[in-house]
Write a protein that binds this ligand. Sequence first.
Ligand SMILES: Cc1cc2nc3c(=O)[nH]c(=O)nc-3n(C[C@H](O)[C@H](O)[C@H](O)COP(=O)(O)OP(=O)(O)OC[C@H]3O[C@@H](n4cnc5c(N)ncnc54)[C@H](O)[C@@H]3O)c2cc1C
Length: 432
Amino acid sequence: MNIPQSSFPRIIIIGGGFGGIALAKKLSKKEVQVVLLDRHNYHTFQPLLYQVSTGGLEPDSIAYPIRKVLQGYPNFYFRLAEVSKIDTERKSVETNIGSIEYDYLVVAAGSRTNFFGNKAIEKKGMAMKTIPQSLNLRSLILENFEQALLTDDLHERDALMNFVIVGGGPTGVELAGALAEIKRGILPKDYPDLDTRRAQINLVQGSDRILPAMSEIASQKAERFLEGLGVNVWKNIRVMDYDGKRVTTDTKTIFDTATLIWTAGVQAVNIPGLDGKELLCRGNRLKVNRFHQVEGFDEIFAIGDVAQMETEAFPHGHPMMAQPAIQQGRSLGENLVKLLEGKPMKPFVYRDKGSMATVGRNKAVVDLPHVKFQGVFAWFVWMFVHLYFLIGFRNRLVVFINWVYNYVRFDREARLIIRPFKKQYRVSGRRS
Ligand SMILES: Cc1cc2nc3c(=O)[nH]c(=O)nc-3n(C[C@H](O)[C@H](O)[C@H](O)COP(=O)(O)OP(=O)(O)OC[C@H]3O[C@@H](n4cnc5c(N)ncnc54)[C@H](O)[C@@H]3O)c2cc1C
């Protein structure tokens, strides 16, 4: 990997996401050699992926070069590399560009979509966890309307304009709201020769309320907002199968659709060599102690989505969200310095700053630790928080300008099929 030997201990961080970047920043001026490995050369701001999928933002404005985040830090090395194995005996990691030894290893590899073993849905459905996946979804949505124009088969046309989003968490809710706004504000103008009133946006949730991790009032309000936008909210329904044309559920409800979007769960990314059954908990997360050490190892740590730290307040681990990852990254940075100085490490305590979701223009729900509110003010708070946590001044400015423009013009101009997504939908098997 062409990384020089140094007299400083080498800390390898796998993953330049929220946790990995927060940790690397904490270590930036310390007497350690930091090697950050990521399979992408950019950090992804996942909370705004749905806006890329729906043409509200360009992908570049929610991605940031990892090298730039840590520019100018001495003893810092980034390598664009996919880690394929961890050898805990030899204390090394193997990647597609070679192997490298560590003194300390931090796994911050995040999570991936969990299809709960349903191969059919994994193959035929759409996930939205990365920028390439969001671009695929953007292309597919737009291609569907182009294709709907070309068919005189009403059933086929309806299926092309029928969207099924599985999972009523923040991602599903935000995506459903954005699609509903496109249906209202953009489709009638873009496709005057298509009856876009027939387009359906279905949000399917397995439990009895959407946004189950938020307060009851937030769930109710979000549902009312969605219904006001024309979204069909289906609760207590579990999606069972999808053959690319028809979604079946555990009830009699079926959906004929060309697009199933799966936002119903994530599971930790596991790396061979550190994926033994004894190390993993629910969601394949690595069990860590209060100092982020993976059970059974003094020199291997895990933070963010990949880590499960069970505490009294969070017996099933912290939520798989950006804040826990950032706070854990910072805490581990401080603890690693303490460890190297021979001082006792400090147990991690998560400060819950609340959660929020937006449903669309002027509509959001916010649960803070001591106050809950919904509506226009919540929407402003949502925007402010997302702008604040975006990495990079240019990204903040571009996103802000885009939001103002979209608000004033009722528009989403990034509705471009730049990289077509290859999926042909035919009910009848005949080409129009
Ligand atoms: C659509 C969506 C919306 C979300 N919305 C919100 C929200 O509104 N609020 C919120 O708090 N959270 C939200 N989240 C969750 C939040 O993004 C995650 O909890 C957070 O990113 C976790 O941070 P992390 O550092 O653990 O992992 P990540 O940020 O996912 O970073 C992991 C990094 O590891 C890299 N990596 C993985 N495997 C390897 C490998 N083998 N080799 C090399 N590199 C590897 C990846 O490329 C990635 O850069 C959302 C997530 C998604 C998908």
